[in-house]
Design a protein around this ligand. Structure first.
Ligand SMILES: [Cu+2]
Length: 122
């Protein structure tokens, strides 16, 4: 699985995805990346594609974003192995390739299911 990179990297969208426009999703919409948000409902019905990005918006220091390396790590709300940990409070992560990606907050994954599993299509 390709390592997820922050959106600072420039992706040549038109070269790689000639017929697609990338979408940016704010995880949790107005509620952002927080405890006590129903992320199962938030993700229901959404279809994600390579090149789309996720914005994790939260109060600096209150949460973080761990990209779990696999479903086992995600299911246990563990933090390692991971593909990266982000802590800026406004983390924009681009989905780099097809497959399943697992995002969780290490502080509230157990506490309030603050995690999302994202299936990325071509
Ligand atoms: Cu949290």
């Amino acid at each position: 699985m390709a390592r997820i990179t922050a959106a600072l990297a420039v992706i040549p969208l038109f070269a790689v995805f000639p017929s697609m426009e990338a979408t940016q999703y704010v995880v949790g919409d107005d509620q952002g990346w927080n405890s006590d948000v129903d992320y199962y409902s938030w993700i229901a019905g959404k279809t994600f594609h390579v090149g789309d990005s996720l914005v994790f918006s939260y109060t600096l220091g209150d949460h973080n974003v761990v990209v779990a390396a696999n479903s086992n790590v995600y299911d246990k709300c563990a933090t390692t192995p991971n593909l990266g940990v982000w802590t800026s409070g406004s983390d924009v992560l681009t989905l780099p390739s097809t497959g399943t990606y697992y995002f969780l907050c290490e502080f509230h994954c157990d506490f309030s299911e603050q995690r999302i599993k994202v299936e990325v299509n071509s």
